[in-house]
Ligand binder design. Structure first.
Ligand code: ZN
Length: 479
């Protein structure tokens, strides 16, 4: 329920995309195959029923399809009639709603040719012909929603209204319509003819990412708990307010709902908004963690096994199975009006006892990563700073650019960064949001302050780069 609410809010916040010649946004689970799922469920889609009046089964505008209302007509011609709560039971209504989902899938299949072209199901309106005393419309329309999620997985989760009607045409019990986002035509062409694996990049907020090419799943600074600490929270957020000296606890329920697997976790530095959730995620996934010795020391304190820990200093270039990684020395954002400098380091001799306090998550030095996937090189940042000489000759096609206010204290940051990285084809701002706000809260202030000026600057400095503004928990597909 909570997740559905958050998704609804995110959906309302919408997507913010600047230029899109070869990318598309979508939910994750590209590997989830709705066509195969239908076969598993033993469902054969009927020929879509023709409209009974002067309208069409569905209208596509841009990347959205709006379908006309359909009812519970079964393959044998039977149609569910009567008022739910009087003539029709909830169970019968549920089955009718499920059949209505099959009829709507038939419309989509007819329009798209393949249900894999559905990016996500956006909105469902479920109407139930109801006895005046009946108030359980959601239980009926669940028959529709359950099948849609069963067929599309995460892509099937939708916003919904389930309402009662005094009557419906021909006395039918149910009528349901839906709005679906579909791939754009460019994506279809690229998907059909381009042998390059698409790269799926889900923004976890802060400097956090889940990146996968289908073979390997890499998390970057996966910070999900978004605790309210050290000030800067929202008055409507009634979660506990942590002091920096407090012991912080990861929101494991939220993490479990977002992170299901990881092969590698890359950690730029040890601050809590980068490393705080890594002990739990590393234990849960068994992923190999790559970071500084300070980061490794903190993970050791949490009992993460040695075989998962890869301490690096910057300069390493490692080949793993299906994935290679160059580690780049870097420097931290110029916090506190350039008065920030933290030379502390942890090592095997540092006495640390988990759970640590938030202020024990020290920087411990900063890194960047060049993560090479099949067909795509991603250069990652966890701070608003970089060592220019270390990036000479590093020309990724995707740059996760640290874009927060502190970069303004650096000399020609935007220009130097885009130039030294070879004006990447795709630039995605990272670490620009207010990470003390839970998912679903407006980030408009940070969008206005950080992203709008950057995208304007980037369009002049690097006019051929596509700047994509990421949305929390949405996946960007790079073709
Ligand atoms: Zn930091």
């Amino acid at each position: 329920m909570f997740r559905q609410l958050v998704r609804g809010l995110l959906c309302a916040a919408g997507l913010f995309l600047l230029g899109s010649p070869h990318t598309a946004l979508a939910q994750d689970e590209a590997a989830f195959d709705p066509e195969a799922r239908l076969v598993e469920l033993g469902i054969t889609l009927p020929k879509p029923l023709n409209p009974v009046a002067n309208y069409v089964n569905g209208v596509r505008t841009g990347n959205l399809i709006f379908t006309a209302g359909k009812g519970a007509k079964f393959a044998d011609g039977f149609e569910l009639h009567g008022k739910v709560g009087a003539d029709v039971t909830i169970e019968e209504g549920y089955k009718g709603a499920r059949q209505t989902a099959i009829n709507q899938l038939a419309v989509l299949k007819d329009m798209l040719g393949n249900l894999n072209r559905v990016v996500r199901v956006v909105k469902v309106l479920g109407m139930v012909n109801s006895d005046p005393s009946f108030g359980d419309q959601p239980a009926v329309i669940n028959g529709f929603s359950d099948l849609i999620v069963d067929v599309f997985g995460e892509r099937g989760r939708h916003a919904r209204s389930a309402v009662g009607m005094a009557s419906l045409p021909r006395g039918q019990s149910i009528e349901i319509e839906m709005i679906v986002e579909v791939m754009d035509d460019a994506a279809r062409v690229a998907g059909g003819s381009d042998s390059r694996q698409p790269l799926l990049m889900k923004y976890l907020g802060t400097a956090g990412w889940e990146i996968t090419d289908g073979k390997v799943t890499v998390l970057v600074d996966p910070y999900i708990s978004r605790l309210k600490y050290g000030g800067g929270g929202h008055p409507d957020d009634d979660r506990p307010d942590y002091e920096r000296g407090a012991t912080a606890v990861s929101d494991t329920v939220l993490i479990n709902s977002i992170v299901t697997k990881a092969d590698f976790i890359l950690v730029h530095h040890g601050h809590y908004d980068h490393l705080g959730d890594v002990p739990y995620i590393a234990r849960k996934t068994g992923a190999k963690v790559i970071g500084t010795e300070t980061t490794m020391s903190i993970l050791r304190a949490y009992g993460i096994p040695e075989e998962q820990l890869y301490a690096v200093g910057g300069g390493e270039d490692y080949q793993f199975e299906n994935f290679s990684l160059r580690v780049l020395p870097s420097i931290h954002s110029a916090l506190n009006e350039k008065h920030y400098h933290d030379s502390r380091r942890f090592d095997a001799t540092t006495p640390l006892e988990a759970p640590l306090r938030i202020d024990q998550f020290i920087e411990g030095g900063s890194l960047m990563f060049l993560a090479r996937f099949e067909g795509h090189d991603v250069l990652t940042m966890g701070s608003m700073n970089f060592l220019e000489r270390e990036l000479e000759g590093i020309h990724p096609d995707i740059l996760l650019a640290g874009i927060n206010g502190s970069r303004l204290g650096l000399y020609n940051y935007d220009e130097r960064l885009l130039k030294v990285t070879g004006y990447p084809a795709v630039v995605i701002p990272t670490h620009w949001d207010n990470f003390r706000l839970p998912y679903g809260y407006s980030q408009q202030a940070n969008i206005d302050r950080n992203l709008v000026p950057f995208t304007e600057a980037a369009s002049t400095i690097s006019p051929h780069s596509e700047v994509i503004i990421p949305v929390h928990l949405e996946t960007i597909i790079i073709k």
